[in-house]
Design a binder for this molecule. Sequence first.
Ligand SMILES: Cc1ncc(COP(=O)(O)O)c(C=O)c1O
Length: 445
Amino acid sequence: MSTQDNATWIEKDYKQLHPTYHPKSHANPLVIERGEGVWLHTADGRKILDGMAGLWNVNAGYGREELAKAAYDQMKELAFTSNFSGMTNLPSIQLADKLAGFAYEGLNTTFFTSGGSEANDSAFKTARYFWKRKGKPGKYKVIARNGAYHGITLAATFATGLEKYKTMFGPAVDGFVHIPAPNPYRYEGDVKPGETVGQAAARALEEAILREGQDTVAAFIAEPVMGVGGVIVPPADYFPLVRAICDKYEVLFIADEIITGFGRTGEWFALKHWNVKPDILCFAKAITSGYAPLGGMQISDAIRETMETAADTEAWMTGYTYSGHAMACAVGLKNIEIMEREEYPKRAREMGKRLFDGLNSLKEFPFVGDVRGLGLVYGVEIVSNKEAKTADPATTTRIFKAAQEHGLRTRPLGSTLAFSPPLSIAEDEVDEIIKRLGAAMDGIR
Ligand SMILES: Cc1ncc(COP(=O)(O)O)c(C=O)c1O
């Protein structure tokens, strides 16, 4: 139990800056003291079902002894040492070995970071470097999608396709181009007669490559299921077409699987749903279920071979102090062991179906416009007019707040409420999400 009252904690909390908040609007935060399974306990004695698994990452749920012990044991043995050239450590060797080919065949080399933004940043640098080594230094641009979220380093910010993350930090970093996302509910691009949304959105990629010039485009980056942009699941024909276009124009395909990796969508990695393989894979979040900060990228064997053509004297000049952090990698290894033992892709499919059915039952509310998702990640789009699909962020925020009053944590993303609970969630806890959300919506009606 907390040694101070909630108000004192909140007063002291003013001494830190929080991500993506106006300091004044952070007046009444939930002060979380403890977590257990899917439940969060606050300093003022409330118990809240975490329908977001933190930030889409606490797949194994809170309070896992095994993960705490893995961290403790490794910290006693060796918490950290440099992983820069000339040194390495056992957990990072073991984790890279475990990850070789784990997500996609032919992606056997891992570079570790502390989180997702750094992973994407590293992928952009790697793509640029790859083309330089191939004798095409003019290929530096990255094509991304509107609505994408790729993180908050300067490059990841401008790869992101959500304006509010960018306006206060301009001028824009050069070389990022955006195209429409394959959103089947409200596609913003043009669709030709006879074309599917997937075909139209893929055509937008081809047109962008031609417009920018094939010789200037290094890579295309996409989240297989867009998260912060509103949980957008692409039509099935989209990614196979994207892969073919990337191959045709010599553009590397970077998969940002920072949310979708490690079982969330019902496959270990999400492009598997469409039988597609990226050239670079970025991961973070659920690799440790949030128990330690860790991310990274995996590169294809072809990229690795190209990097190896550099002169012996030319080192790959990038890396973080915490690349290959021994404790974080030990936690990652133990967490993957748990996720395999508890069959998380299968659980995501089973619990996801239950959640999907439950969320669909809420379509009786006049403001529930769309329910979409894959595995155990869902978005419920709130509209003021179902026919016209009029986005309604204000009502979305009201439902979010009401749900919190009913002890359910979700996340408002524009006019979409997101659900991404721990994959360890039990059936009755999935039902609790629906019960609490339904009660919150009842109060709004
Ligand atoms: C798809 C995606 N990419 C990148 C990031 C950035 O990761 P991080 O916050 O660990 O830097 C996030 C974070 O939410 C994300 O959802």
